[in-house]
Design a protein around this ligand. Structure first.
Ligand code: GLU
Length: 463
């Protein structure tokens, strides 16, 4: 069975690039009817925080990327890592190294002076016939991997193609520190093995770890998963995507008013394609997803395209879905929704003009506040020659059938009778009724606001 995992380190918010890794891992497992595991790599105690764990869980839940197993926490698996270390020590695939940090520093300086690549020289590495020094008293040893010296390590990366590394390039990496804590590469190996991971999808910043991890897996006689290293995501300027470019935390997108299905759809297209399809559902993604169409080159984040996709999903969403999301935003900011038009009708009217929920809420705000039109704006748009027309229109509104076409007709007829063009009335009406010069078409806005409120707001301009 195909088994993938997402293995974030909880050291900050769930980054949008991490979310894409999670999405691809999830989609791959779902496509094959396999299993998707969530693993929290929290062994770096100095940098891991419970808030970051929360942010990962919230982000995954918001995106709807449900895991089948986990979350597994590495800090709760220490017993298991110790057990495997003991096995490796017993089998001779790992060994104790008593070199002190000072000795290693001196070694490095020596190598650098000779312009050699700094690397561990294997002084505590057991070899047939080699006599090791006796363990110095009072020094806690680290455990090192007895890395193969000969041959090459190779894998067929499912994104990058075949990768080969000569084993002599890799030194005997530390598996456990002097205080007994296991290191990152070792924990990943034990976990991928224990959890039956068949496909490791992760960022290509891990390519250098892969040959080491494969060698450790081999030493353990464990199956080697397939690897797919995803290229990193760049900002619009071609530099690594960062806060400088815009929001990078998944929950910031939630906050900014994006729908999760829009973010999912957008992320799916970031480095993966299915022909020319741009808009597709989560179900389609699962149906279509394969590793064959992941681009090996870096993908560039396009904030405008994300907005465009979000707008598509907002327009498509039933108003019943959008309403509570908008209510939450408006109520948080203290708007009294009882003091304005029916919110569902308002959303329906405004949604086409807005590409985030936040923009939608902002556009609706004036409908739920006492309108205080700017006198200067009114003066600018309402001149004396239009005032009689405005008064006549207001009178007509007292009795007109309250629906947009009838109100539109009344407006046109009034303009005609007074020999005026549309903006001469439409502009002042917009400003008087909503405080804003930009609104959806004025007949629909009038219909939305309701007869009583419209007439009340027009009253002072009727003479
Ligand atoms: N914990 C690692 C990270 O957040 C990922 C490890 C992996 O996927 O193998 O970068």
């Amino acid at each position: 069975m195909i088994c993938t995992r997402f293995a974030p380190s909880p050291t900050g918010d769930l980054h949008i690039g991490g979310a894409r890794t999670a999405l691809f891992s999830w989609a791959y497992a779902r496509h094959h009817g396999g299993k998707f595991i969530l693993r929290i790599e929290d062994t770096d105690l100095a940098r891991s925080t419970p808030e970051a764990v929360r942010a990962i869980l919230d982000g995954m839940a918001w995106l709807g990327l449900a895991h089948d197993e986990g979350p597994f926490y590495q800090t709760r698996r220490m017993g298991r890592y110790r057990e495997v270390l003991a096995q490796m020590l017993a089998a001779g695939t790992a060994y104790h190294c008593y070199a002190t940090p000072e000795e290693l520093e001196a070694l490095r300086a020596e190598q650098e002076a000779k312009r050699e690549k700094p690397r561990y020289d294997g002084r505590w590495r057991p070899e047939p016939g080699k006599v090791l020094p006796s363990a110095p008293p009072g020094v806690n040893p680290v455990v090192r991997f007895r890395s193969p010296r000969e041959g090459i390590v190779t894998w067929d990366d499912l994104v990058k193609g075949r990768i080969e590394i000569a084993n002599h390039e890799l030194d005997d990496l530390v598996l456990a520190r002097a205080d007994g804590t296991p290191t990152y590469n070792f924990c990943v190996v034990v976990d991928d093995w224990d959890m039956g991971i068949t496909h490791v999808l992760r960022g290509d910043d891990h390519v250098n770890n892969t040959p080491r991890q494969i060698n450790i897996l081999k030493a353990l006689d464990a199956p080697i998963p397939r690897y797919a290293h995803l290229s990193m995501i760049l900002g619009p300027d071609g530099k690594k995507l960062s806060k400088r470019h815009g929001a990078v935390s998944v929950m910031q997108y939630a906050e900014d008013g994006y729908l999760p299905e829009a973010v999912i759809n957008y992320l799916a297209r970031l480095g993966w394609s299915h022909g020319d399809d741009e808009i597709f559902s989560r179900e389609k993604l699962v149906e279509w997803f394969s590793l064959d169409h992941i681009t090996a080159s870096s993908a560039q984040f396009d904030f405008e395209k994300l907005k465009w996709i979000n707008q598509h999903y907002m327009k498509e969403a039933p108003v019943e879905r959008l309403e509570p999301l908008v209510v939450a935003r408006l109520e948080k900011r203290g708007f009294d929704l009882a003091r304005g038009p029916d919110l569902k009708a308002a959303i329906t009217l405004y949604v086409d003009r807005c590409n985030t929920l936040e923009a939608l809420a902002k556009a609706l705000e004036p409908l739920y506040t006492p309108v205080a039109p700017d006198a200067g704006l009114i003066r600018q748009h309402l001149d004396d020659s239009a005032r009689p027309a405005l008064a006549a229109f207001a009178t007509g509104l007292e009795t007109v059938a309250w629906e947009a076409p009838a109100i539109g007709e009344l407006l046109k007829a009034t303009l005609k009778a007074h020999g005026l063009k549309m903006p001469r009335l439409a502009m002042p009406l917009r400003i008087i009724l909503t405080g804003q010069a930009h609104t959806p078409s004025v007949d629909t806005v009038i219909t939305l606001i309701g007869r009583e409120t419209v007439l009340a707001r027009l009253r002072e301009y009727r003479s």
